[in-house]
Design a protein around this ligand. Structure first.
Ligand code: CMC
Length: 429
């Protein structure tokens, strides 16, 4: 809170409307516009480009300077020194755990990795070639049908158990989506393995052949989860908050986040990047596609470039690029033709005035798609993996909202349809 006030002068109003101004711990001040309704006005901000929809203590982004902080800690420091589960603890609890707290959190998550056996029957109801994201939305929503014992959202212990169950079971469900898709038996989690390692085991192991997971790939996978863990009030997190504001249970809320993530402008971008690279097909076609991306009359965009918030660089992309180089070296894929297209595209976009002036930098999805392709993960699983990593962010925001006083989310509109008119009987139309 500050003593600062904003004054809104509207033509025709005798007096200006005084609005309070609040300061956060960092970032732009916000003008509290709630009093406008009583004066007969709504604010209008499609796409929420300048609307702070809530107060939060979890994540801070300074898009102009490429800064991303979780509970104050820079993302590059977390990526270098921490791991996914420790970052989950941080996001959920506000502080880094000490050694004992970390062990007990990791044990707790590891304890919950299995899903109810009837989930396997549930999966069998999906068509064999269903998109994994379609299965993921359904499977996560269905979790609420198994855990009646812990969906009282007013009970902090229930909220905590639901958070742990969701974080623990997402990799298991993600791998089940893949196994169902390719017609292989589901693999049970192996609780001797780490979080990302276990996921790769459930993805690529079979009952006949369960090879050891390459530690370089497990580390890269853990980084993918960590770098996607949270990103403040993006479309899917805002969806989770909005769904949660009605009092819906956490599993249903996370399922709603997954649906919002699916689109190519959000989490679907990592899949779209690989489809685009496939479509370009050869380095010699890049100029044609770059010209298409710059052509206003052509809807084509370079997938994996640009960001609503980052107008300098995406700090996650920097870390992901290093991880990408490490994975490609490990797998001897430095000369892969698809990766050659990606590298050239990156060079052009970083030099071309169109991309430079519009500040369209490669984003996290550009490199994560390349890493996952190199690991052997099919493109239609990419967004499922994003959802797996982001689950902790969604649940942390949902929990933060539910633990405080909140109102159901109910945006208003600028109505431009017909004014009231009389019904016309069918024979008169
Ligand atoms: N290729 C070509 N031109 C682009 C691109 C692109 N990828 N992104 C933006 N532009 C242009 C756009 O045409 C517009 O030009 P003008 O000012 O002349 O009209 C200008 O840049 C600003 O674009 P915008 O659509 O107003 O920007 P936005 O903030 O609404 O959109 C975005 C951000 C991420 C949706 C957009 O950059 C995009 O569609 N990128 C490709 C999809 C993608 O990679 N999405 C993943 C985002 S990161 C993961 C996540 O957080 O979910």
């Amino acid at each position: 809170m500050t003593d600062k006030k904003a004054h809104l002068q509207v033509d025709g109003l005798a007096e200006s409307i005084e609005l309070p101004v609040y300061s956060g711990s960092t970032g732009p001040d916000v003008i509290d516009v709630r009093a406008l309704t009583s004066k007969g006005y709504f604010t209008y901000d499609p796409g929420f480009v300048s609307t702070a929809a809530c107060e939060s203590k979890i994540t801070f982004i300074d898009g102009a300077n490429g800064v991303l902080l979780h509970r104050g800690y820079p993302i590059d420091q977390l990526a270098e020194h921490s791991d996914y589960l420790e970052t989950c603890y941080l996001l959920l609890n506000g502080e880094l755990p000490n050694a004992e707290e970390k062990k007990s959190f990791v044990d707790m998550i590891t304890n919950h990795t299995m899903v109810q056996e009837s989930m396997a029957r549930f999966f069998r109801g999906f068509h064999y070639n269903a998109h994994p994201m379609a299965m993921m939305c359904g499977a996560v929503g269905a979790l609420s049908s198994f855990y009646h014992d812990s969906i009282d959202i007013t009970n902090p212990e229930h909220r905590r158990i639901s958070a742990h169950r969701l974080i623990a079971k997402m990799p298991t469900l993600a791998a089940m989506c893949y196994k169902h898709h390719i017609g292989q038996p589901f693999m049970y989690p192996n609780n001797k393995l780490g979080y990302a390692e276990n996921f790769l085991h459930m993805m690529f192991g079979t009952p006949c052949d369960d090879p050891e997971v390459n530690p370089v790939l497990a580390r890269a996978m853990d980084k993918i989860f960590l770098l996607h863990a949270d990103h403040e009030q993006n479309a899917s997190t805002s969806t989770v908050r909005l769904a949660g504001s009605s009092g819906a249970n956490p599993f249903a809320c996370i399922a709603s986040g997954i649906t919002a993530l699916w689109g190519p402008a959000h989490g679907g971008a990592n899949e779209a990047v690989l489809k685009m690279l496939d479509e370009i097909g050869d380095v010699s076609n890049i100029d044609k596609y770059v010209a298409k991306a710059k052509d206003k009359s052509d809807p084509f965009r370079l997938m994996g470039f640009g960001h609503r918030v980052y107008k300098n660089f995406d700090p996650r992309a920097k870390v992901m690029k290093e991880s990408c180089d490490e994975v490609l070296r490990e797998l001897g894929l430095e000369n892969d033709p698809l990766l050659a297209i990606a590298k050239r595209l990156e060079e052009i976009a970083l030099e071309d005035p169109y991309f430079v002036e519009k500040k369209l930098y490669p984003n996290v999805d550009f490199y994560s798609g390349i890493i996952m392709k190199a690991i052997g993960i099919p493109t239609d699983m990419f967004t499922v993996i994003f959802a797996t990593g982001r689950t902790v962010g969604w649940i942390a925001h949902w929990s933060e909202m539910i633990s405080e006083t909140y109102k159901i989310g109910r945006p208003r509109q600028l109505y431009t349809g017909y004014d009231q008119r009389d019904f016309v009987p069918l024979d008169k139309r």
